[in-house]
Design a protein around this ligand. Sequence first.
Ligand SMILES: *Cc1c(COP(=O)(O)O)cnc(C)c1O
Length: 408
Amino acid sequence: MKKRGYYGNFGGAFLPEILIATFDELEAQFEKIKQDPKFWDTYVQLMSSYSCRPTPLTFARNLTNYFGGAKIYIKREDLNHTGAHKLNNVMGQGLLVQKMGKQRVIAETGAGQHGVACATMAAKFGFDCTIYMGEIDVIRQRPNVFWMEQLGATVIPVTNGTRILKDAINEAFRDWVSNMDTTHYVLGTACGPHPFPEMVTYFQSIIGQEARKQILEIEGKLPKRVYACVGGGSNAMGLFSGFLNDPVELVGVEAGGKGLASGLHASRLSSDDASPGVAQGYKTYFLQDDDGQMKETHSISAGLDYVGVSPILADMHDKGLARFESATDEKVIAALKLTMQKEGIIPALESSHAFAQAFEEAPQLSKDEIIIINQSGRGDKDIFTVADALDDPKWKKFIKTKAEEYHA
Ligand SMILES: *Cc1c(COP(=O)(O)O)cnc(C)c1O
């Protein structure tokens, strides 16, 4: 066991002996590309020709007028290829894999969004791709599994343990141990052993770099506050990275689920229910019981439903460098509805957490103050969940009719 990559009390790399050489190689390659300005140029070029970079910063005029407070801007990560910020990370790691001369990538996925992004990257670069996914998630997320397979990836349902995300992560590590020479593990968020939290943040920092430049061009001044939802923490770290040296308040919004008092949530930094611990190769705040057993989490958005959180955010939390709030499922659906109707924009359920918190605070700010909300992804993937939450009778009828067609 080796200790490195700490952020205050958090982070590190708690690795089995056998993986240490692989992590050394990864860390060395990452240090090399960080020093090489040409690598970043290649990355930006790739993202502007294959994804939609720079993504726009949209002034939400109608929402601004509706709340009557701060000017509301939206950073449009939903306009990335595959519909979310996740592509920033996987394409960056894809370039790194190419540099390392490996031909195979593996990944874990819970909701399936990272799996789809990774399968997309593998197709584009010509890599073999295996995605590990808990058996329960495979059943729940059939549309994403369908696309991963169509994109050429092999999806392996994990039948160990509770058959969800954390079991998929364990299985991916097991694969990596047996195939280190040919394979890279594309971790999906700013978590896990060093150098992943820093590396994923590095690729996602393109969000904050662009947003800072854009708001200075449009408004000639910095925002008062910026908001991002927090699952593992990659889109939040991406946005926050642009404003770390500025007098800008950084607000991370976690899944409040059915309310903090209910225990049915995924709020690690905005509740008192999580405590520091080591799991999955790193140290952070985990939602765990006194024996270190991981608790059940709940969120209406699959992408925020995770027991751990980025060690970098955990450190920022303890040092008071960022503020963390939680938004309940109910408030999230209300924020989503309002954004659709006022702006013609459909945020992902994950992103809608950031919108919900910003909407609570915007009316208390003055009209010459500015806030930026990170729209980490687009919401059309959430049609099943949102239609259920809104109890839409026409949608129910459609599903029934489809089911009957298959029975006939
Ligand atoms: C995966 C996902 C998230 C959560 O992941 P982070 O690493 O916390 O950014 C948030 N929004 C969308 C749209 C996602 O797909």
